[in-house]
Design a protein. Structure first.
Ligand code: GSH
Length: 222
């Protein structure tokens, strides 16, 4: 059977990475349309017709159009990769759903920090107090995860799942804002994610990282 045409609308090193990584895990072929935050491509490139909030990722799968990385990941798993999901009735399903969505609790904090540290341009000034608060909240979300990682390799005892893919983007970005040395389980978990061939292929296809211009962004003085 021929595969439907899949096209991912993406910004390199954004939440779109979750979708690209999953497509690699699934061995599906796909095209990528890349946009850049801050230039006119996102506003004028037709993305508004695909994504209600004009954000990435969005995906076209044949005639189907979807936005929201978590929904796309869940849909692709249900249609192409049940081994990466947990069906209704599976004892791991509640935890699967929790981690799938927890990744957005964390990603929204990363997004606030991206906005303040990376996107604001003079004369707009980043807010030291907003950065301080969001960094503390991000650290708290990591501590909560560290405490629950257990002794298994991935988030769920039953093995690698779409919830790990959702988290992979976060853990790529988090160390730019939080010193993770206090979270050894989380660091080891991140290494296991990065070791997956599909992760590496998806990352290589993103091209060089040009989003962050330094290794670490400390909380500024108030
Ligand atoms: N909850 C959405 C969030 C999508 C989102 O905010 N994407 C960011 C990139 S990671 C974006 O498109 N930002 C552009 C903007 O805010 O204008 C998802 O998970 O897909």
């Amino acid at each position: 059977m021929t595969q439907e045409i899949i096209r991912v609308h993406n910004v390199p090193y954004s939440r779109g990475f979750r979708v690209l990584w999953l497509l690699e895990e699934l061995g599906l072929s796909y095209d990528v349309v890349n946009y850049k935050i801050g230039d006119r491509s996102m506003r004028e490139g037709g993305l508004d017709a695909l994504s209600p909030a004009t954000r990435v990722p969005a995906i076209e799968i044949g005639d189907l159009v979807m936005a929201e990385s978590g929904a796309i990941v869940q849909h692709l798993i249900e249609t192409h990769g049940p081994q990466f999901g947990r069906p209704v009735g599976d004892p791991e399903r509640p935890a699967f759903l929790q981690w799938l969505h927890y990744s957005e609790t964390m990603a929204s904090l990363v997004e606030q920090l991206n906005l303040n540290h990376v996107f604001l341009r003079p004369p707009a000034k980043p807010s030291a107090i907003v950065i301080k608060l969001n960094t503390a909240r991000l650290r708290q979300s990591l501590a909560g995860m560290e405490a629950r990682l257990g002794n298994h390799d991935f988030l769920l005892p039953g093995g690698f799942s779409g919830a790990d893919i959702m988290m992979g983007f976060n853990l790529y970005a988090v160390p730019f804002y939080v010193d993770c040395s206090e979270f050894p389980k989380l660091l080891a978990y991140r290494k296991r994610l990065e070791a997956r061939p599909a992760y590496q292929t998806a990352l290589a296809k993103e091209g060089p990282q040009e989003f962050y211009d330094r290794d670490f962004y400390p909380v500024p003085e108030e």
